[in-house]
Design a protein around this ligand. Structure first.
Ligand code: NAD
Length: 288
């Protein structure tokens, strides 16, 4: 077991809401591995008890910011450098929200004001964060920035709605800014594409239980938990992964490279058990 992977490193973790949040687990493991960091979330989230408890327990000051506000982000980077005593070595963007999903507006009936908000909160905030850091020169040489994403950016998964478009944009921003920041300061920027995970954001997606079960059955290693994800994120913050940049890395037990698994097929076939015959056995020309 490697210890003190982040000894001496300073970071900012955006998006810890409660003990289910992926960012919460990242904060706990980063702390165990010797990092010092600040936490940031919206004003409302910071007022709620849970993230305050985490902040106190880990001795990680909490700085409220709406990640769509450039001024708020400037304040987070300024204050974090002041509090932590130097440039920032790692940043986690663990932020996502869709009002279309929340208000149950389906993809063929999107509210475009909501769509703009989805893109701003879930993707453009990442550009804003990077641009603020870049212009302030707030991240140290070989610093590491990670944002969390989902395979719906590449493949259609019904009901992921406009978050799929937001994740595609998020991943593109990681590549585009990764080039610029890499050339300038060797700062690396990556996205981690995580398995479905039962968190506040995750459970907002329609049919999430079914999606988690399907994904688990399809993945040879099973779904990756929030803790698994946090361990991987911390590795990406460490010096062990110095030459990885501009990548979207799947952390999903193998799901993204599967077409069909025995476990998923077995379950699928059970849905026909009470039927006399499968449609294609009655009519060989029927669509499977
Ligand atoms: N849970 C999953 O199944 C799953 C899978 C893959 C990727 N992800 C991604 O992981 C990230 C973290 O989500 P999570 O699952 O831990 O859920 P979560 O609900 O715990 O975290 C989402 C966070 O976004 C914050 N947020 C929302 N609007 C904001 C704003 N305007 N400014 C600042 N912060 C804001 C929320 O307060 C919350 O802390 C998201 O990007 C999500 O899309 C989640």
């Amino acid at each position: 077991m490697l210890t003190n992977l982040l000894e001496g490193k300073r970071g900012i973790i955006f998006g810890a809401l409660n003990d289910k949040s992926i960012a919460w687990k990242v904060a706990e493991i980063a702390h165990q591995q010797g990092a010092k960091f600040t936490l940031s979330n919206t004003e409302v989230a910071c007022r709620m008890g849970e993230v305050r408890e985490l902040s106190e327990r880990l001795n990680a000051p909490l700085i409220a910011a709406d990640a769509t506000s450039v001024d708020d982000l400037k304040n987070v980077f300024e204050q974090s450098q002041e509090i932590l005593g130097g440039k920032i070595d790692f940043v986690l963007h663990s932020i996502g929200m869709s009002l279309n999903v929340r208000k149950k507006r389906v993809y063929s009936d999107l509210d475009y004001n909501f769509l703009n908000k989805t893109l701003d909160i879930s993707a453009i905030s990442f550009h804003k964060m990077l641009q603020v850091a870049y212009q302030m020169d707030a991240i140290s040489e070989w610093g590491s920035v990670v944002a969390l994403t989902y395979v719906a950016a590449q493949r259609t998964l019904c009901d992921y709605n406009d978050m799929a478009d937001a994740k595609a944009l998020l991943e593109s921003i990681a590549r585009s800014f990764g080039y610029i920041y890499g050339c300038k300061r060797h700062v690396r920027i990556n996205t981690i594409s995580q398995s479905p995970t039962m968190t506040t954001a995750g459970s907002g997606i329609a049919g999430f239980d079914g999606l988690m079960d399907f994904s688990d059955r399809m993945s040879p290693l099973g779904n990756a938990s929030a803790e698994d994800c946090a361990n991987f994120v911390v590795t990406m913050f460490s010096d062990l992964t110095k030459k990885i940049t501009m990548q979207n890395i799947f952390h999903d037990g193998g799901f993204s490279n599967m077409g069909m698994s025995q476990r998923a097929m077995t379950q699928y076939n059970k849905s026909f058990e009470n039927e006399m015959a499968k449609p294609w056995e009655l009519d060989p020309t029927a669509t499977k």
